[in-house]
Design a protein around this ligand. Structure first.
Ligand code: PMP
Length: 405
């Protein structure tokens, strides 16, 4: 008898399946519109010039060591990361009621945040977290791993290809008082649709009224508007309104440090009274799981956050990435509407923000693009705009046109 006989076969998320199909496809014209990773116009990974300089500074330090970081990470990094997300004059930072922990990128922040809530949040009934429908599917698994049941709140209206704000507000109003809501701060994955500032204000008002907890995930700061402060606006507004919250922050996308796994979890407490307990238990959780986080990426990010020249260069690098994505959105929209006269409305391609476009293509149309044209997107019709470039965009538009006719 094999001791592993009772290990069930996994049911993979569709992104795994499509990635396997993409990797197995040997066609030279195959197009990856799957992963949320930035690529330049030649489909190559882009090492940000600001990061290149930081790497150079770091590697020329003769005293560089490879010691363990403290359990909660590199203090220069977590301090600067908190300032980046909350703003220098944030009341929470001024009052000293933010606890920050360096994590294994955004995923690690989400895990540690969910684990902390699972252990210590005063749940209104059962452990449940409300996620936008649809959402970053990874979080569903993260929540289940720590014994929290994922629930859905309406977010995307497929008919309007827009935010279902009434549905969203409706669930906020009917959920038990003190429920936890998972909110993406900007550049929503997978829809590319963010609430407007006015809609955020309405959302914040109900959350405050109902004493809900805001579990913010911010993996794309800078990608929605091109500006780091503007993209942190919703979080800062919630902090101003004294809504209890945490923020999961990632530098994978905006610093191009995917493999370095550099991120942070920030918990904003209502006051300083419980700071020692919260900080202590976060240290215990972190220690029990990873001892201490990795140092290389945190050192790089703390350089770009604390050196004025590197910071302005990094801000420009973010604008460079965003401009290319916007240029691709505009060109895809132009090709479909003006050149191919593709049936349907394609305005959402230019109205949505960030890395992803929820095209409105059906699972069958998405599959047909892979099978007939070697263009790989998620079966939900989600396209990563970063996979488009000046060489493949016409081919993609032409085949999208064929798929919908
Ligand atoms: N949140 C969202 C919405 C994401 O799309 C991602 C990455 N795909 C993450 C968090 C975490 O990314 P990472 O762990 O690479 O920082």
């Amino acid at each position: 008898l094999d001791i592993w006989n009772n290990v069930p076969h996994p049911s993979f998320d569709s992104i795994f399946k499509v990635t396997i199909a993409y990797n197995a496809d040997n066609h030279p014209a195959k197009v990856p519109l799957l992963m949320g990773v930035y690529r330049d116009d030649d489909s190559r990974p882009w090492v940000l010039p600001a990061i290149k300089k930081a790497v150079h500074i770091l590697s020329s330090d003769p005293d560089l060591d490879h010691e363990y970081l403290p359990i909660r990470g590199l203090p220069e990094f977590t301090d600067a990361a908190a300032k980046l997300i909350f703003g220098l004059t944030s009341p929470a930072l001024v009052d000293g009621r933010v606890v920050s922990v360096q994590t294994l990128s955004g995923t690690g922040a989400n895990h540690t945040g969910a684990l902390f809530l699972s252990r210590y949040y005063p749940w209104p009934c059962t452990k449940q977290i409300y996620l936008s429908d649809p959402t970053w599917s990874h979080f569903d698994a993260i929540a289940k791993n720590v014994g929290i049941e994922p629930m859905a709140y309406p977010y995307y209206d497929p008919k309007a290809i827009a935010l279902d704000v009434d549905g969203f507000l409706g669930t906020l109003k009917t959920a038990p008082r003190g429920s936890v809501f998972f909110l993406q701060a900007c550049a929503h994955n997978p829809t590319g649709i963010d609430p407007t500032p006015d809609q955020w204000k309405q959302i914040a008002e109900v959350i405050a009224d109902k004493n809900h907890f805001a579990f913010f995930d911010c993996a794309y700061q800078g990608f929605a508007s091109g500006d780091l402060d503007t993209d942190a606006w919703a979080i800062r507004y919630f902090v101003e309104k004294n809504i209890p919250l945490l923020v999961c922050q990632s530098f994978a996308k905006n610093a191009g440090l995917y493999g370095e796994r550099v991120g942070a979890l920030h918990m904003v407490l209502p006051n300083k009274d419980t700071i020692a307990q919260v900080r202590g238990q976060l240290s215990v959780l972190q220690w029990s799981e990873i001892s201490s986080p990795p140092c290389h990426g945190a050192r790089l990010v703390s350089f770009i956050l604390t050196n004025a020249d590197l910071f302005s260069e990094w801000s420009r690098d973010i604008k460079t990435m965003r401009s290319r994505l916007i240029a691709m959105r505009k060109e895809l929209h132009r090709l479909l509407t003006e050149e191919f006269h593709t049936p349907g409305n394609w305005e959402h391609i230019v109205n949505q923000v960030g890395v992803y476009c929820y095209t409105g293509l059906s699972p069958d149309q998405s599959k047909a693009l892979a099978d007939k044209a070697h263009i790989y997107l998620l079966d939900t019709g989600r396209v990563s705009i970063a996979g488009l470039n000046s060489k493949n965009i016409r081919y993609c538009a032409e085949n999208i046109d064929k798929a919908v006719r």
